[in-house]
Structure formats: structure tokens, C-alpha cells
Design a protein around this ligand. Structure first.
Ligand SMILES: Cc1cc2nc3c(=O)[nH]c(=O)nc-3n(C[C@H](O)[C@H](O)[C@H](O)COP(=O)(O)O)c2cc1C
Length: 200
């Protein structure tokens, strides 16, 4: 048995990962060491454009999303690819050491890439914290909160009169009255438990 729903209980936040040329929403982020220059790991799907950029560049930033974050930011960075739109034109940004960060976030962490671990579907990038700032006080949004309120965040347009199942990880749309239990997202590979039903 592998009931992956229990993994949602791992405390996980919501971030916008940025590097030169692009970025995307990520939740797979962990501080993996303490000390003066802590190590921070982020897992990026290989099919994401951001993955290519992360291989090319030596620095990246994580903007921490608070409970007050405009859902448009999650929409822009989490359901679109820099291959198709210029995400940076749609959002107010600051620039730190040449890396764009989200102005309306709680703050950012700027990291220097120190290690890269390849996995089947994801690459784990490990960075050393080199600069950080707090923009404002506030509660960080957890991935669990996002999961429980995903309908407020997912605004993918679906065809009228059809039952649609939207992948809440990448926005892929499957049409059909039912979604097979063993369905895997053809875009990002996640299972049926990550799909949300939409009707319009
Ligand atoms: C709530 C949420 C969490 C996400 N977490 C991750 C993640 O941890 N790693 C990842 O690679 N993509 C994650 N994604 C998916 C990317 O943000 C998404 O595929 C994005 O469109 C990729 O854009 P790009 O092609 O410009 O890189 C997440 C999306 C959402 C909405």
C-alpha cells in the first residue's frame, strides 16, 4: 500500500523559485543544514523550463509566499511555462544580485548552487544561503493549505459543458466523466489524487 496523502502532512511551504531567465512555483523545498550559511534543497521537475535554467545558472532565489499572496502569482508561476509567456512581465519584482524576487512575498533567500543530484523525474538542487531579507511579517502559506483551498487558486480555463479534471501540480486538463484511479498526468507524472474536478 502507498497512500501518498500522508506526505501532505510533511510541513511544506509555498515558494517562487527564480533564477536568471525564469522560475516557477515550488513546494519541494527544505533547509537541510544549519550554521551561518545553511544549505537549502529544492527539487525541480526535469520537464520544467526552470530546470534547464537551474543547470545553467549558479544562483537562485526562493521567495516565501504568505497567506496574503495574490493567487495570480501562483497562477502565473505555477500554471504557465516561461517557454510560452514572460512571467516576469506580469508581476512586480525586485532584483537581488541579478536575480528577480517577488515583491509581495514575505521575503527571499538567495542561494549559490553547490550540488546537483539527478533523479528519474526531478533534479535536486542544493544551494548555500548567501543573502536573505524579510520584507514583512506574516504567516507563510503551507502546501497543505494550498491543497485544501486549491479551488481558490486554480483558474485554468476548461471547455464549457464538459467535465474536466485539472492537475493541480501543472494545470494539465483531462476531459471525462470519471478519472481512472491509476491515471498519471502525461505532463508532470503525478497520480490521480492530484487532480481536481471542474465543471462549467
Ligand atoms: C502548488 C504548486 C507546487 C508546485 N511544486 C513544484 C515543485 O516543487 N517542483 C517543481 O519542479 N514544480 C512544481 N510545481 C509546478 C511548476 O510550478 C509548473 O510546472 C510551472 O508551470 C513550471 O514552469 P516553467 O516551465 O517555466 O519552469 C508546482 C506548482 C504548483 C501550483
Amino acid at each position: 500500500m502507498k497512500n501518498k496523502k500522508i506526505t501532505r502532512k510533511i510541513t511544506q511551504g509555498m515558494y517562487v523559485l527564480t533564477t536568471k531567465g525564469g522560475g516557477c512555483v515550488v513546494d519541494a523545498v527544505s533547509q537541510v543544514s544549519g550554521g551561518d550559511n545553511p544549505l537549502i534543497a529544492v527539487a525541480v521537475m526535469k520537464q520544467n523550463y526552470t530546470n534547464k535554467l537551474m543547470h545553467k545558472n549558479n544562483t537562485f532565489a526562493l521567495s516565501v509566499l504568505g497567506m496574503d499572496i495574490d493567487p495570480e502569482i501562483i497562477q502565473t508561476f505555477g500554471f504557465n511555462s516561461m517557454k510560452d509567456i514572460n512571467k516576469f512581465e506580469k508581476v512586480t519584482l525586485n532584483e537581488v544580485e541579478g536575480i528577480k524576487v517577488i515583491d509581495s512575498s514575505l521575503g527571499y533567500m538567495l542561494c549559490e548552487k553547490v550540488d546537483v543530484i539527478e533523479n528519474e523525474t526531478h533534479t535536486l538542487f542544493i544551494g548555500k544561503l548567501i543573502e536573505a531579507d524579510v520584507y514583512k511579517d506574516g504567516e507563510a502559506m503551507s502546501y497543505g493549505y494550498y491543497q485544501d483551498h486549491k479551488d481558490d487558486f486554480i483558474k485554468v480555463k476548461t471547455e464549457k459543458g464538459k467535465t474536466a479534471w485539472v492537475c493541480k501540480v501543472c494545470g494539465y486538463v483531462y476531459y471525462g466523466d470519471t478519472l481512472p484511479d491509476d491515471f498519471k498526468c502525461p505532463m508532470c507524472g503525478v497520480g490521480s489524487e492530484n487532480f481536481v474536478r471542474k465543471e462549467n
